[in-house]
Write a protein that binds this ligand. Sequence first.
Ligand code: DHB
Ligand code: FE
Length: 287
Amino acid sequence: MNARISAALFMSHVPAIGVAVDLARTDEPYWQPLFDGIRPAREWIADNPPDVVVLVYNDHGNAFSLRMIPTFALGMAPSYEPADEGWGPRPVPTVDGHPALSAHLAQSLIPAGFDLTLVNEMTVDHGLTVPLTMMFDQPAAWPCRVVPLAVNVVQHPAPSGRRCLELGKAIRAAVDSFDEDLTVQVWGTGGMSHQLQGPRAGLINREFDHDFLERLVADPEGLADVPNVDYLREAGSEGVELVMWLIARGALADLGGGPPPREAHRLYHVPASNTAVGQLILENSPA
Ligand code: DHB
Ligand code: FE
């Protein structure tokens, strides 16, 4: 039996959420509503565990730096250590990879025209570890393997939404042709609206965020044609992280002619630190 994509998950990666868990502050009044809000997602994943997550995220100058920022970088390693982001690495488990699936993805995607950078050794920052914490809390070991796919949304120009959606479609085809019985989820992370610096620091755009969530579910092809400058203007300089969600959306079966996905969970919460938090789960319907 081949591998199959069971669901796409979408969520923000606000570093303060990781800190709240690491420092046992989730019951404080500021945090409790958010952690109540993500509980259904944690219950869902307990019932729908992945063997492997293809985790689409952005690095924040930890594995990479302003010296070198690959547009799409695929992790090939057997494991990834949490990065030291300036205050020491987060107290979370090492992330185990899946080198055979990584190699298969590279062998499928590069001939299909997606010229990925292959990364044999790297650390992973809050962009990758906070979504894991949001879904799995504080396990002794992460309950699944992870294939990291790092996307440049730090230095202009980020890849277009269209390119991201098409990459997602190619990931679905690649996973479907992997000759191992694996349940795979694709997670798109980052966002939602936020801007961390400059005169507009603190920007939140609820209307844009809700509209993005609606269109991500119901109109992904139309959403893919939104230019990146619209994200920057409407959702803030870091709001452009949202283009990564289109990679996960592209990996669902409906965009290859299958039935529409089922929405299992949706959360929108403001604020967490400077950021609007969104979380969405779309299950692939059985063919
Ligand atoms: C915040 C959000 C981010 O996406 C990030 O990478 C760092 C900080 C914030 O809201 O504080
Ligand atoms: Fe970020």
